[in-house]
Design a binder for this molecule. Structure first.
Ligand code: PHE
Length: 484
């Protein structure tokens, strides 16, 4: 991208569909290089799925009633309904730095959060601190493996030195005794904290091996291992929409809001976009030389467009994930005051799947907790409920982990992305097979139209997917223009 100099591009007109992060990145980068860009945005705001719900935010889902957020005013009283966290190595961070978007840690991992499962044997219905479950599962698994190594029970020849090293590692990994037993560990925490003078505290006893294995808690550990969920993670101070706001400050003059795209036309010499004003209904047209289309494929597939048959077929085939969130405002931060949980999550096999404690505003009076963040079948199940029922459902399951919720609850706002107009889904989702068949087609320009967005990346469901696909498209258009 180093050669994006302006000399030749004056007047080259690029029409960008969508003022989400992909469209605004494209406009920003092309604008720097002297291209003439217009962004058509259906909504009266920028950001797309990068959306912060705070006091007064209103939304009417497809087939739903109008919700107006009744959260209190306040810098930390918000729900990030779409993206909420940024891995430190994502390109999103580059723009935060360049645009001066203040960030703070997003506490994605917290050993003081809980696991809570139902119908899993002896530990059913017990909330267990993550550190306790981890200490026990790792302890017993390390014990079994260390013994198997020493009894030569592994189906793998090991030299005496390799055995020694492996067992030494397992001893530390599981906090095993010298004779290779897991007998509990201070890593699992205390029932009475140690303190001053003669107060040694009381360490918790480990669960027995069968109970902890049967609890299913072990399958939760991996959620924080994946590359893009590992700490450190960050988020903007005051809400994720600080990011689109920073972009808008730079490209806002190029955006035509309330512009619903109705037709996408092209021929050998240019593109023509037909759109209506979402408020007045007036129809307009815009012509240009290239089009960057960031409209989610779940929406694009129903817009009349001059795509090749191959491209139209591919667009029609992509599945969009289902996802939903609910923000619950509480008048007291009981998770902090009563249970010493400052950010991070609790995970459960109940339908709500996971709750996130606010990773900001610690010690504040009130807080907005992410009461569920659900995907797939759970999202469809909860999302199909009227909003009042979603609230009740979220509270009834949250109450199993935090009985305080009923006393402290004040207000909720829920979002089901499949029912959000102009999105109709959470993110593009490809099987390994589809990455080989339809995906390469989506990545190729179709005449003068370039698809762009998180769905045109190998980091779908991340803001960086939108950014990185936009940078690729900008480079491709520029290379093409240079050859013209
Ligand atoms: N980026 C989204 C999130 O962090 C969705 C996602 C979840 C993507 C897990 C990859 C892995 O919640």
């Amino acid at each position: 991208q180093g050669d994006l100099t302006s000399a030749h591009r004056k007047g080259k007109k690029v029409i960008i569909l969508g003022a989400g992060i992909a469209g605004m990145t494209a406009a920003y980068e092309l604008g720097l290089a002297g291209y003439d860009c217009t962004i058509l945005e259906a909504r009266p705001r920028s950001g797309g799925r990068i959306w912060t719900v705070r006091r007064g935010t209103a939304e009417t889902e497809i087939g739903g009633i109008k919700q107006v957020a009744r959260f209190d005013e306040g810098e930390t009283m918000y729900l990030n309904a779409g993206p909420m966290r940024i891995p430190q190595f994502h390109s999103t961070m580059e723009y935060c730095r360049k645009f001066g978007v203040a960030i703070e840690p997003f506490n994605n991992v917290n050993e003081h959060g809980y696991y809570y499962n139902e119908n899993v044997g002896a530990l059913s219905g017990q909330k267990v601190r993550k550190r306790a479950a981890k200490a026990d599962v790792r302890g017993y698994v390390a014990e079994m493996l260390a013994k198997a190594v020493n009894q030569n029970a592994l189906d793998l020849p090991l030299t005496p030195d390799e055995k020694l090293k492996l067992v030494d590692y397992l001893k530390r990994e599981g906090d095993l005794s010298a004779d290779l037993f897991y007998k509990g560990s201070e890593r699992g925490g205390y029932i009475e904290e140690p303190g001053g003078k003669l107060d040694a505290g009381v360490r918790r006893d480990p669960f027995d091996m069968k109970s902890i294995i049967t609890s299913g808690f072990g399958i939760f550990f991996a959620s924080e291992y994946s590359y893009d969920q590992q700490m450190m993670m960050f988020h903007p101070v005051g809400g994720i929409d600080a990011i689109p706001r920073a972009f808008e400050k730079r490209v806002g003059h190029m955006i035509e809001f309330n512009s619903e795209v109705k037709e996408i036309r092209q021929n050998d010499s240019g593109v023509r976009i037909v759109y209506t004003n979402a408020k007045t209904g007036a129809t307009q047209e815009l012509t240009g030389e290239y089009c960057i289309c960031t409209i989610p494929l779940s929406v694009l597939k129903s817009i009349p467009a001059d795509f090749s048959k191959e491209m139209a077929d591919a667009i029609g085939k992509v599945n969009y994930a289902s996802a939903g969130k609910i923000g619950l405002q509480f008048k007291r931060r009981f998770w902090e005051e009563d249970e010493q949980i400052y950010g991070g999550s609790s995970l459960t096999n109940m339908d709500i799947t996971q709750m996130y404690y606010p990773p900001t505003g610690y010690f504040g009076k009130k807080g907005v907790l992410l009461g569920y963040y659900v995907t797939g079948a759970n999202a469809d199940k909860i999302g199909s409920m009227p909003v009042a029922d979603r609230e009740n459902y979220a509270l009834s399951q949250a109450a199993k982990i935090h009985p305080q919720v009923y006393r402290e609850f004040e207000a909720s706002f829920s979002v089901h992305w499949k029912n959000i107009k102009y999105n109709v889904g959470a993110w593009g989702s490809y099987s390994a097979e589809e990455r080989k068949t339809i995906y390469p087609t989506l990545c190729k320009p179709d005449g003068r139209i370039y698809l762009c967005g998180e769905h045109i990346s190998y980091i779908p469901a991340w803001m960086a997917g939108g950014i990185d696909s936009a940078r690729k498209v900008v480079t491709e258009i520029h290379e093409r223009v240079m050859k013209e």
